[in-house]
Design a protein around this ligand. Structure first.
Ligand SMILES: Cc1cc2nc3c(=O)[nH]c(=O)nc-3n(C[C@H](O)[C@H](O)[C@H](O)COP(=O)(O)O)c2cc1C
Length: 325
C-alpha cells in the first residue's frame, strides 16, 4: 500500500520528472493505481532519428524511476519496485509500497540532491576529482548492479575524443537528426497523454518547455577528452530493454551522488548513440559489459535549471490496453 496523500504522490512524481533525458524529452508517463504507481514510456516523446532503438528513452525512464524510489523512501515508504512486471507489453515498472521504513541516511542525501542535479555542458575547472569522490561514484553505480569505468589512460581518452568527434560529425551530417532536434526545440508543450496517445506509432513532436535544448543553440559541448575532469563510462551486463532501464537507475544514482559531492556533470551522448561507437568502447574496456552512458564529471559553478512539463501532463488518463503501448 502506498497510503499517501495526493499531494505527497504529486511531490514524488515531480521528483521523478526532474530526471535527465535526451534533449529534455521527458519520455515518461505515470499511471496511478489504488496501491501502486506505474511508469510507462510515453511513445509520443521518442526521438525517432536520434534514438531509433529507444535506448536513451529507456535510460531516461530508469533515471525517473530512481528519483521516484528516492522520493517515496523519503516519505517513509518501503518501496517494492518491479521492472517489466507484466512482461514487454506491460508498464516499464510498477512501484508499490510495504510497511513504513526508516529511510537510510545515504538515500535521503540523494533525495535532497534531486533538485540540484543539472547537466552542465560548460568546460569544467582544472581541478581533478578526488580519489575519495571517485570511490563514491563507483559504489553508486555498483549499488544498482552497473559498473562505472573511470577512463584515465591517456590513449583511451584520445580514442574517446576521436570517436566523439566522428560521432558528432555523423550526427550533424544527418539531416533527419538535425531537423528532429530543431522540431523538438520549436514545437509547443505536450497535452496530457491519454491511453490512445501512447499508441506505438507516436511520431508527433511534443517538446517540453519553450527552452531550447542546449545542443541546438549552437554551442559545441566540450568533448571531454581535452579536459582535466573525469570521464566515466557506465556499463551494464545486459543490453536488453530491462538492462537499459537498470542503466538509467545506475546513471541517476551516480549523478545524484556526484551532485551531493558538489560535482558538476554532463552526459556525452553522441558517442553512445551509435552502435559502432558503443562496440569500440566495449572493446576498449575489455570486460564484455555494454556501454550505456558516457559521463564527464568535474568542478564548476552553478548552472540554470532546465524546465519540466507539469506533473499533470505526465499522468495517463483512461484505461490502457496492450494496443496502447
Ligand atoms: C540518456 C540521456 C541522453 C542525453 N542526450 C543528450 C543530448 O543528446 N544532447 C544534449 O544536449 N543533452 C543530452 N542529455 C542531457 C539533457 O539535455 C538534460 O538531461 C536535459 O536537458 C535536462 O536538463 P538537466 O539534466 O539539467 O535536468 C541527455 C541526458 C540523458 C539522461
Amino acid at each position: 500500500m502506498l497510503d499517501l496523500h495526493p499531494e505527497q504522490v504529486r511531490g514524488a512524481l515531480s521528483s521523478a520528472c526532474r530526471a535527465p533525458s535526451l534533449l529534455n524529452s521527458q519520455p515518461w508517463a505515470f499511471m496511478l493505481g489504488a496501491d501502486h504507481i506505474e511508469l510507462h514510456l510515453d511513445t509520443r516523446r521518442l526521438l525517432r532519428s536520434a534514438d531509433p532503438e529507444r535506448r536513451q528513452a529507456l535510460i531516461a525512464c530508469g533515471a525517473a524511476l530512481f528519483n521516484l524510489r528516492l522520493a517515496l523512501v523519503d516519505l517513509g515508504v518501503r518501496v517494492d519496485e518491479r521492472i517489466w512486471p507484466d512482461g514487454p507489453d506491460g508498464p516499464l515498472a510498477r512501484v508499490s509500497g510495504g510497511a513504513p521504513a526508516r529511510p537510510r541516511h545515504r538515500l535521503l542525501e540523494l533525495a535532497r540532491a534531486i533538485p540540484h542535479r543539472r547537466s552542465n555542458p560548460r568546460p569544467f575547472l582544472a581541478v581533478p576529482v578526488p580519489i575519495a569522490f571517485q570511490q563514491v561514484l563507483l559504489q553508486a553505480a555498483a549499488g544498482e548492479g552497473a559498473t562505472l569505468h573511470l577512463v584515465t589512460e591517456p590513449h583511451s581518452l584520445v580514442s574517446l575524443r576521436t570517436w566523439t568527434v566522428d560521432a558528432r560529425r555523423r550526427d550533424r551530417a544527418d539531416p533527419e537528426r538535425v531537423s528532429e532536434r530543431v522540431r523538438w526545440a520549436e514545437a509547443g508543450r505536450s497535452p496530457k497523454p491519454t491511453a490512445a496517445d501512447l499508441r506505438a506509432d507516436g511520431h508527433r513532436w511534443t517538446p517540453t518547455t519553450d527552452e531550447v535544448p542546449r545542443s541546438v543553440d549552437g554551442d559545441d559541448p566540450p568533448d571531454g577528452a581535452n579536459e582535466q575532469p573525469l570521464i566515466a563510462v557506465l556499463t551494464t551486463v545486459t543490453d536488453t530493454p530491462g538492462g537499459q532501464v537498470a542503466a538509467g537507475l545506475a546513471l541517476e544514482r551516480t549523478l545524484l551522488s556526484a551532485t551531493a559531492l558538489g560535482l558538476s556533470m554532463s552526459t556525452l551522448p553522441e558517442l553512445v548513440e551509435f552502435a559502432p561507437a558503443r562496440d569500440r568502447i566495449r572493446c576498449m574496456l575489455g570486460t564484455g559489459d555494454f556501454p550505456q552512458a558516457l559521463v564527464r564529471l568535474g568542478f564548476d559553478g552553478p548552472v540554470r535549471p532546465s524546465g519540466r512539463r507539469p506533473v499533470e501532463d505526465c499522468l495517463i488518463t483512461g484505461p490502457l490496453t496492450a494496443a496502447d503501448r
